[in-house]
Design a protein around this ligand. Structure first.
Ligand SMILES: [Zn+2]
Ligand SMILES: [Zn+2]
Ligand SMILES: [Zn+2]
Length: 155
């Protein structure tokens, strides 16, 4: 059996979630695995109210909030604000860590359905900063109409 490689920019596969939690010093618990599964399965970023709806009484709000906060801190998830300023969460590339996020991709927000997409293949352009400025993160949001909303408009 081959050992999983983590050298690409692909999102983490479901089978690696146990390993991902352990690698980040987090105990493997059912709620943590469930949150990872649900977020990884989605094509778009998801916000906490939507997650609350998915989990119902399975995971209470406070636990969910703590899970999301710890995942963000550990570099397992990254947060993107949608058009209403609501925090949405997406799975990080396997290169992200507690100290450094490598999600240097453009986020696309649909102005019709307010979905947030990680455009992994669209890299953020490099630019020079003035002297004595140091860069910690860059966020580029592209706003427009997503493929499924465009398909509906076309009908
Ligand atoms: Zn990240
Ligand atoms: Zn849309
Ligand atoms: Zn993203």
């Amino acid at each position: 059996m081959k050992t999983p490689q983590h050298e690409d920019h692909q999102h983490t596969h479901t089978t690696d979630f146990n390993q991902l939690l352990k690698a980040n010093g987090l105990k493997v618990t059912k709620p943590r695995l469930r949150v990872l599964q649900v977020i990884a399965d989605k094509k778009t970023a998801i916000n906490q109210p939507e997650l609350e709806k998915v989990f119902g009484s399975e995971i209470d709000r406070v636990t969910l909030y703590r899970i999301l906060a710890s995942f963000e801190e550990k570099g397992i998830l990254h947060k993107v604000l949608d058009l209403h300023g609501t925090a949405t969460y997406a799975i990080c590339s396997t290169k992200c860590s507690a100290d450094h996020h490598h999600d240097q991709h453009v986020h696309f927000i649909c102005s019709v359905c307010n979905s947030v997409f990680c455009l992994d293949e669209v890299a953020i352009p490099k630019f020079n900063l003035p002297n004595n400025f140091s860069l910690h993160s860059i966020a580029i949001n592209a706003v427009g109409i997503c493929d499924s909303c465009n398909a509906e408009i076309a009908i």
